[in-house]
Design a protein around this ligand. Structure first.
Ligand code: PEP
Length: 293
């Protein structure tokens, strides 16, 4: 089945609200971190959870922690149904926590039942989009070609991208990790470069997502360094500016070792992002490391 046929039917309610006018925080208004000035980014992927008022409560709890730790940039990714409400809540609280969609469709409009476009997501208040998550690749047949189209659509629609890459356990055990990641990165890197360093890559080994099996900091760093090398083939500045997040069973108790690595610029957090305390501690750890420089 095609990606379109498989898409979830939870379409965002995209009211024309004041949220549409909310601009992402200006990059020159935030403290720079170590690692070449790349600011830590901690993003919470709520997946198919917290799609109603519970999402608003969670976002406000995250916003409270984030307000005291401005060294860390924070993004939350609710389901489509909660993007407008969560964006409104954060806007009303003057929070810098940004909102991401977990997916988008690459067409702008038309006969694509159940789909949501980049501009609709912007109207609802999202400023980011997660693209190519392994659950979309594996469960919904999303291809490298579709990922590229979505990055193009996000760029055109004014959404910043968090593009996910990662190998399966079989691929890792067969020694194919770097080759797989290279194929995935090469599919979209030139397009991501057009967003002038605003684009983000998340390295998420599939075997680590939702399993409790986290990559060792050293193994993760090795892949992150390799990804940065792949980006350098497109452009040296782009390679240095682009933040590369690690994702896969990140929790408060393993975040510090990962975030201390030279090429790990943050985390994409699934399960632990649904727990405000756990997610808040990850934000705090990133802020502490940023202050240490
Ligand atoms: C994710 O969904 O992107 C993820 C990393 O999930 P978890 O943290 O639960 O492994």
């Amino acid at each position: 089945m095609s990606d379109t046929e498989n898409e979830a039917t939870d379409e965002a309610v995209a009211p024309e609200t004041e949220v549409a006018a909310v601009a992402p925080p200006a990059d020159d208004q935030v403290p720079a971190a170590a690692k070449g000035g790349r600011r830590f980014l901690i993003a919470g992927n709520w997946k198919l959870n917290a799609g109603g008022t519970d999402g608003c409560d969670l976002a406000l709890a995250v916003a409270r922690t984030a307000a005291d730790h401005e060294e860390t940039e924070v993004v939350v990714a609710p389901p489509f149904t909660a993007i407008a409400a969560v964006s409104n809540e954060l806007y009303n609280k003057k929070s810098d926590v940004a909102v991401a969609a977990q997916n988008l469709y690459f067409e702008e409009s038309g006969a694509f039942t159940g789909e949501v476009s980049a501009s609709m997501l912007r109207i609802a208040g999202a400023t980011w989009a997660i693209i190519g998550h392994s659950e979309r690749r594996q469960l919904f047949g999303e291809t490298d070609e579709a990922v590229l189209k979505k990055v193009i659509a996000a760029n055109a629609g004014g959404l910043k991208c968090i593009v996910c890459v990662g190998e399966t356990l079989d691929q890792r055990e067969a020694g194919q990790t770097i080759a797989v990641i290279e194929r995935q990165v090469e599919a979209f890197a030139s397009e991501l470069a057009k967003s002038g360093g605003d684009g983000v890559i998340a390295y998420e080994p599939v075997w680590a997502i939702g399993t409790g099996k986290v990559a060792s900091p050293e193994d993760a760093q090795e892949v992150h360094a390799a990804i940065r090398g792949m980006l350098a083939k497109v452009d040296a500045d782009f390679s240095q500016q682009t933040r590369i997040l690690y994702g896969g069973s990140v929790k408060a108790n393993n975040a510090e070792g990962l975030l201390s690595q030279r090429d790990i610029d943050g985390a994409l957090v699934g399960g632990a992002s649904l727990e405000a305390d756990n997610f808040g501690k990850i934000i705090q750890i990133a802020a502490k490391l940023a202050r240490q420089g």
